[in-house]
Design a protein around this ligand. Structure first.
Ligand code: BDR
Ligand code: CA
Length: 306
């Protein structure tokens, strides 16, 4: 399966990159401003590529959201965006194009390219606006963002959608089939001490680095949310494509709130099909993760890296 991974690394984005590159045909890794400013998400993507010996172009994208001021998550990911481990310095040069051009050119030139956004949806929205033919060319978007229930950046909103709600609205109204891995799902993929110990025991460099990454993120979640686990949000959006049996999805009409205290919320119509004013679903929303098989997949994947 061919994909473009659009990300803002980010600890969980880094794990999503490693997972995707072993199992899917990743045509490019595009970066966006999100967890930290664009220069740092791009640098981090290059470092993760270096860590894994991954031969995939890294392409820099949008430096800020469509409308609102940039909003970052330094409290969770640290100043670098990937605080915790020592990472190799990048050697691979950045791809010359802008991510939005890269997404358009790749999708027009190659059939059946799926998009996997794990950061704010700015690049995807810009690509859809610049090249309307994409809406018919992209068979599916599997994204991490939103929630059926609670938020994290606000009581109502999840970070990726909150950071660029207007872009999210463009994507959710594009007509492209969407798989949404939101917080209600990704909190079932929480890592704590035992998973980190398992990664350490792998004995390879990648396992040790990812363990250090996740240790930092678990510490941050303890401080910020008083929680003893870190949800591996972004790998869920990748896992949904690698093995569809890992996640149960249900169809919902999802609307992005653009104003007011619920700005950035993904409002999912939970009324029964056919109820008055019920709207045709525009997304498959992740409900239940097979946690054991998800972690087996992850550990086995990281074992295969240097
Ligand atoms: C999302 O926000 C970011 O901090 C993570 O990388 C993930 O994509 C979770 O709300
Ligand atoms: Ca992310």
């Amino acid at each position: 399966m061919k994909i473009i991974l659009d990300c803002d690394p980010g600890h969980d984005d880094a794990v999503a990159m490693l997972l995707a590159c072993q199992h899917l045909e990743v045509l490019g890794i595009t970066t966006v401003s999100g967890n930290v400013p664009l220069e740092r998400t791009t640098e981090n993507a290059l470092k993760v590529v270096e860590l894994g010996g991954i031969k995939v172009p890294v392409v820099r994208g949008a430096h800020r959201p469509l409308v609102r001021e940039p909003h970052h998550a330094l409290d969770i990911h640290g100043r670098s965006g990937l605080d915790g481990p020592e990472l190799p310095q990048p050697v691979t040069p950045l791809h010359g194009q802008h991510a939005v051009e890269f997404i358009i050119d790749t999708v027009l030139a190659t059939d059946e390219v799926r998009l996997v956004p794990t950061g704010p949806l700015t690049n995807i929205a810009l690509a859809l606006r610049l090249e309307p033919r994409l809406a018919k060319r992209v068979p599916e978007i599997s994204l991490m963002g939103g929630s059926l229930t609670f938020g994290n950046r606000t009581a109502a909103a999840e970070f990726n959608i909150y950071a660029d709600p207007e872009a999210a609205q463009v994507v959710f109204t594009s007509g492209i089939p969407i798989k949404m891995s939101g917080l209600n799902l990704t909190h079932q993929a929480g890592v704590g001490r035992s998973e980190i110990a398992q990664l350490r025991q792998l004995g390879n460099r990648t396992g040790t680095v990812v363990a250090a990454m996740l240790e930092f993120a678990v510490g941050a979640y303890a401080q910020v949310y008083d929680q003893d686990y870190y949800p591996l949000h972004d790998p869920c959006a990748v896992a949904a494509l690698i093995d569809p049996s890992l996640i149960q999805f249900q169809p919902y009409f999802v609307q992005v709130m653009l104003e007011g205290p619920a700005r950035g919320m993904t409002l999912c119509d939970q009324r029964r099909r056919g109820a008055p004013y019920w709207q045709e679903p525009n997304a498959q929303v992740g409900i239940k993760l097979d946690r054991k098989r998800f972690f087996d997949l992850l550990i086995d994947t990281l074992r295969q890296y240097p």
